[in-house]
Design a protein around this ligand. Sequence first.
Ligand SMILES: [Zn+2]
Length: 56
Amino acid sequence: MIGKLLCAIGRHSFEKRVNPEASGTAGIYYLCRRCGKEKAGYEPPTPGQSAGMAGG
Ligand SMILES: [Zn+2]
């Protein structure tokens, strides 16, 4: 299946899901429709990222 190949290379078809048992952003996660892989909704900030680039 083509979809499975995409998943194999990391191109998952993530769908946003919300866990009703958790409240707020804690219950947000992503689920791949093809392989069922789960991904945390919250991504940690990238270290070393320059902030205030468009400061004024
Ligand atoms: Zn997948």
